[in-house]
Design a protein around this ligand. Sequence first.
Ligand SMILES: [Mn+2]
Length: 427
Amino acid sequence: MMIDTSLIAEENEARADHLRRDYDTLGERLDRRGIAIDEIKRKVAAYGVAVPSWGVGTGGTRFARFPGKGEPRNIFDKLEDCSVIQQLTRATPNVSLHIPWDKADPSELKARAGALGLGFDAMNSNTFQDQDGQAHSYKFGSLSHTDAATRRQAVEHNLECIEIGKAIGSKALTVWIGDGSNFPGQSHFARQFDHYLKSAKEIYANLPDDWRLLTEHKMYEPAFYSTVVQDWGSNYMIAQELGPQAFCLVDLGHHAPNVNIEMIVSRLIQFGKLGGFHFNDSKYGDDDLDTGSIDPYRLFLVFNELVDAEMRRVPGFNPAHMLDQSHNVTDPIESLMVSAMEVQRAYAQALLVDRDRLTEYQQDNDALMATTTLKAAFRTDVDPLLAMARLDSGGAIDPVATYRASGYRQKVAQVRPDVSGAGGGIV
Ligand SMILES: [Mn+2]
């Protein structure tokens, strides 16, 4: 493992007494509400959110990128950073790869990840930028391009992602395209969407039987007038057109400000098309801020819908969970650890909702008590529960403090040379 286990034990030892007392106190409070704390802890411990390989590098904006020390040089460095996050939080067992950024020998990828205790989540294709030596440019689109040869090239790239994914044990392909237009009249909406659907159908036709195709919508950027897969409505139409293995992926940042995302989540669950999430937070647009850093209540409300579906045992309900955010001013490992814990927190809080009472209040149109029921769960400090779940499974009671005490960043900075501000990768 990347962090010395004796250091983790030592750090935990210093915090274990207080944690046990806090956990017992919380257990007593929950018991009065008819909730068994160990049962919630068991569910939280079994929960995982995937880390995007590109998340462990410093992000940036279209203005600049300011790399940190010890930036990962390649996918193998990225896997090591991801394993630190998993080792300390025990909440991130899988990594999501991005092709071609993470292209490497699949057997080496699988072996290294396995040795580090990691698996692979959904594959991500990239037809939003040109690669060296590429025959056709994506400047004016990829899967929806007016030129058939460009569309073909974009389809082939996605098929290659499936092949790599098959070799490393992935079971899903996430497709996000930057296709759109910057001027009214630049593109014919219907023809463009038709091109997209035909291309997507070719990808879908090559999907292994046990795979899922996740399409991700995004309101704007890089196109600023219209975007081909702009909203959840377009996304739902795509999933319907393609077939039973196609699902919608919801990135929390890819909606207009104040849109009721939790209701979109509910709609997609109701019609069997919720495929997964990219978690992050935002203030103005697709800001890619750390999950739960701006509006933790909205994150809770999303999880309230997910837990509701889990409790109702909705058939086929199994969305993929992944973080997708940009770390511009923090150490990416620290941000990803805190974000993974924020996602777990929202899940734990949603598990505390008194659903029988909530249903009664809804039935009786008691708006005040219904919303108070949600707030009671959201206001519960579940920190001791999350920390105990980590401690039980060999993680750190305080992952950030333990990470800082380990000196990991300083150590890797000695072997990984400083890099320039090139490269980005937030979708
Ligand atoms: Mn995303």
